[in-house]
Design a protein around this ligand. Sequence first.
Ligand SMILES: Cc1cc2nc3c(=O)[nH]c(=O)nc-3n(C[C@H](O)[C@H](O)[C@H](O)COP(=O)(O)OP(=O)(O)OC[C@H]3O[C@@H](n4cnc5c(N)ncnc54)[C@H](O)[C@@H]3O)c2cc1C
Length: 184
Amino acid sequence: MNGQIIPTRNLIWTAGVKPATIEGMEDAISDRGRIKVNEYNQVLSYSNIYAIGDVAEMVTDQFPKGYPMLAPVAVQQGQQLGKNFIRKAKDSSMQPFKYLDKGTMATIGRNRAVADIGQLHLKGFFAWLAWMFVHLMTLVGYRNKAVVLVNWIYNYFTYDKALRLIIKRGNNKEEYYQETADME
Ligand SMILES: Cc1cc2nc3c(=O)[nH]c(=O)nc-3n(C[C@H](O)[C@H](O)[C@H](O)COP(=O)(O)OP(=O)(O)OC[C@H]3O[C@@H](n4cnc5c(N)ncnc54)[C@H](O)[C@@H]3O)c2cc1C
């Protein structure tokens, strides 16, 4: 970061996700910044605090760095913890969390995706359709599903992709526009 301005119309930006730390719980925070939990999602050293999802680091033999920061892990941990609270209320013992990997999907743009579902490996258009179907079905509520579907259809036909990045242009707005115009 030396203040140099590079005029461009395309910006490719990548970033990792870091959990927000909670003050006063430093002893339970791992090197990676996640909150260390046991197999019941109970925060280490605390009997009445629980953490689930991205923020929780539950180490297993298969996942020595904790479960991957994925939506299904968060959903399944939430469901399991809910059941465990009910068990606790009934004075039953809690059940340890076990992750059920239903497969992995990723889209890499228009009409293109990859999907590994058990022995099934899809790529290209059908994987993209599968990706959209799964994402739509996992949204909560018909209203959300309908809004997202309409947005996708609109974007597909208009090629209209909103920039999901907040940038501060600063004071030299005119200079920026002039430089990008000169590039054409
Ligand atoms: C760009 C991107 C793409 C992704 N794509 C996929 C994908 O294709 N498939 C997949 O499985 N996973 C994907 N993930 C990961 C997935 O989004 C997360 O694993 C999942 O959302 C974790 O759920 P969570 O409930 O643990 O956390 P979150 O969904 O992050 O929810 C945490 C909530 O807590 C709120 N919060 C934070 N700090 C505070 C505070 N101090 N006080 C009050 N509220 C607070 C946040 O605002 C947020 O709403 C993606 C993540 C990113 C960033």
